[in-house]
Design a protein around this ligand. Structure first.
Ligand code: ADP
Length: 579
């Protein structure tokens, strides 16, 4: 048994720990606080505690669990709220109230609950790791597939049917030349290691978020990676919440490592009440929440990212599309910096460790569309918010994140200040997925979707240039067509790009509705271009009715949008008839 000989905040040095290995978990002191071995010397080990070490004394015992930090995977994850090391916060809150005592250990998955296991394989079938052998109904919308755990394969000797807890045996597999293996519904996986897959595939389907500026202009792919850097108050959390609520992923894993406790409590109180627009069921029926508690040391935040991504990969392996939302990854990077500083490592840029970029890249590499070990297609999308100090994205965390991700939603403090939300800047943002998704758009959306999108982008760019010109020469000096571009640009910004997350209708906008709003804007624009090219002045064009109808369109319910669209197109067709 090891002995503690030095304590410096969350870092503990100890000697005499048997069989100490890098990244294994240890139990510290009488209270059994959890920690992770982060450095090994000849005689001593250095441990990072996941909890407050106040009260721990030199000389107290320390023992290795001989296991790395691992996530418990099995039915019961959906609808749960865990902390960064997967302790079920909802259950702990019930028992102990909001302040968790350090040393509180709680098992992640309910051991008593019985699940109705329905086998999809039979005796004699040959199975390999990752193959589905049955499922349980985990929530009203998710069938939790039970997969052969990693490392197992062989012939099914026995497979059961009926009510079982996660630790009961549901099948026995005979491995050639080896003894029989009992299969249970629970498995463990070390969180710092990506789960195995057969193959990575290119992303080809959009992750539809219901947010117009994202879906139409800067789309995210299922299996893709996106970064949302932005200064405090620019709307990162709201964007992450909107995607968690409305995106068409099957499963959402939300990792909240925000510094503001109330942000997480907002998620905890609002999510259970929200309904999924596709199923009409509570969003918690497809969501796993991971939150850092206020009394865990900063470095415990480091683990939450990995716990989250491991749970997300586990559902991906069942063939689901999973979206992981992390808010904010800067807190995670700060944790790395703090640990590195305490270890007295050579600092890199701005005090971050030199391996910061590598760690960030490795995290985002766990995203992707994959062929799973069980030959299913699953996807894991990762969307990370970054909070650069002062909003300056030249700092190392933003830069490393931008290198590792393929979508950049550039949050703009000027837009946020002028209450343009989401404050995603249409000139500096980009999505490298757009060309990969165009085939999907061609197959699934009206033929002119791509054309309309490109026209909107080009009008917005022209508008920005013309606005610069206006500063120099004044509006009256503009040509009639430039005046029109100023008008349409404003219309695109206000009636299409701006979207109110707190409006019951506007918070979610289907692709059909996105198309219809953008179509009417471009239809009207082209009509006006036609009139101007015949010599009409812009102030002679009476477009008030059409303008008003377009402005109101985002507040029209999904069920009424088709009718409203037809009437708006009629109004546009009459523009210019009086000239
Ligand atoms: P950050 O996480 O970047 O600090 P928040 O996401 O908390 O910023 O957003 C700050 C505020 O901006 C919100 O409380 C809200 O008032 C406003 N806001 C952000 N996005 C939207 C939106 N889409 N619709 C309406 N208001 C928004």
């Amino acid at each position: 048994m090891g002995k503690i000989y030095r304590i410096s905040g969350p870092l503990i040095e100890a000697v005499g720990v048997d069989d100490a290995r890098m990244n294994d978990l240890v139990k510290i002191g009488e209270r059994g606080i959890i920690g992770e071995i982060i450095k090994l010397d000849k005689e001593k080990i250095i441990v990072q505690a996941y909890e407050d070490t106040t009260g721990v004394k030199v000389g107290e015992k320390i023992t290795s669990t001989r296991e790395p930090l691992a996530a418990e995977l099995g039915p019961g994850l959906i609808g749960s709220i865990f902390d960064g090391v997967q302790r079920p916060l909802d259950k702990i809150f019930e028992k102990e109230g909001i302040f968790i005592k350090s040393g509180t250990s709680a098992i992640s998955l309910d051991r008593k609950k019985k699940w109705n296991f329905i086998p999809t394989k039979k005796n004699g079938d040959i199975v390999n790791e990752g193959d589905e052998i049955g499922y349980v109904k985990e929530s009203s919308v998710i069938n939790h597939k039970i997969l052969v755990p990693p490392g197992y394969h062989g012939k099914i000797k026995e497979i059961k049917k009926g009510e079982f807890s996660v630790e009961e045996t549901i099948a026995i597999i005979q491995q050639e030349g080896l003894s029989n293996s009992e299969i249970k519904m629970i498995q463990r996986w070390p969180v710092r290691k990506a789960r195995k897959t057969l193959q990575k595939l290119p992303p080809d389907t959009p992750l539809v978020t219901g947010q117009r500026v994202i879906d139409t202009l800067f789309p995210m792919a299922k299996g893709g990676t996106a970064a949302i850097p932005g200064a405090f108050g620019t709307g990162k959390t709201v964007v992450e919440h909107e995607i968690a609520k409305w995106s068409d992923a099957d499963i959402i894993v939300y990792v909240g490592c925000g510094e503001r406790g109330n942000e997480m409590s907002e998620v905890l109180t609002t999510f259970p009440e929200l309904k999924d627009p596709r199923t009409g069921k509570s969003l918690m029926e497809r969501t796993v929440l991971i939150a850092n508690t206020s009394n865990m040391p900063v470095i415990a935040r480091e683990a939450s990212i990995y716990t989250g991504v491991t749970i997300a990969e586990y559902y991906r392996d069942m063939g689901y599309s999973v979206a992981l939302l992390a808010d904010s990854t800067s807190r995670w990077a700060e944790a790395l910096r703090e640990i590195s500083g305490r270890l007295e490592e050579m600092p890199g840029e701005e005090g971050y460790p030199s391996y910061l970029s590598k760690r960030i890249a490795e995290f985002y590499e766990r995203a992707g569309v994959v062929k799973t070990l069980g030959n299913k297609i699953g996807s894991l999308s990762i969307i990370g918010a970054v909070s650069p100090p002062g909003g300056d994205i030249s700092e190392p965390v933003s830069q490393s994140t931008l290198r590792a991700t393929r979508v950049f939603w550039s949050l703009d403090a000027h837009l946020a200040n002028s209450r343009h939300f989401p404050s995603i800047n249409w000139l500096s943002s980009y999505s490298l997925y757009t060309p990969l998704l165009d085939d999907w758009y061609k197959k699934n959306l009206p033929a002119d979707w791509i054309l309309i999108r490109e026209e909107m982008k080009s009008i917005l760019q022209n508008e920005a240039e013309i606005n610069e010109l206006v500063q120099l020469v004044g509006y009256d000096a503009l040509s009639e067509i430039d005046k029109l571009i100023v008008k349409t640009g404003k219309m695109i910004r206000e009636d299409f790009l701006q979207q109110n997350a707190f409006d019951e209708v506007d918070t979610y906008c289907s692709l059909n509705k996105q198309y219809k709003i953008s179509k009417t804007i471009i239809e009207l624009h082209n009509k006006e271009v036609g009139l101007i090219s015949k010599g009409t002045h812009i102030n002679q064009i009476k477009s008030e009715e059409a303008d008003e109808r377009i402005a109101k369109m985002k507040y029209i319910k999904e069920s009424e949008i088709d009718r409203y669209f037809i009437e708006t197109m009629k109004a546009i067709s009459t523009v210019g008839e009086d000239i």
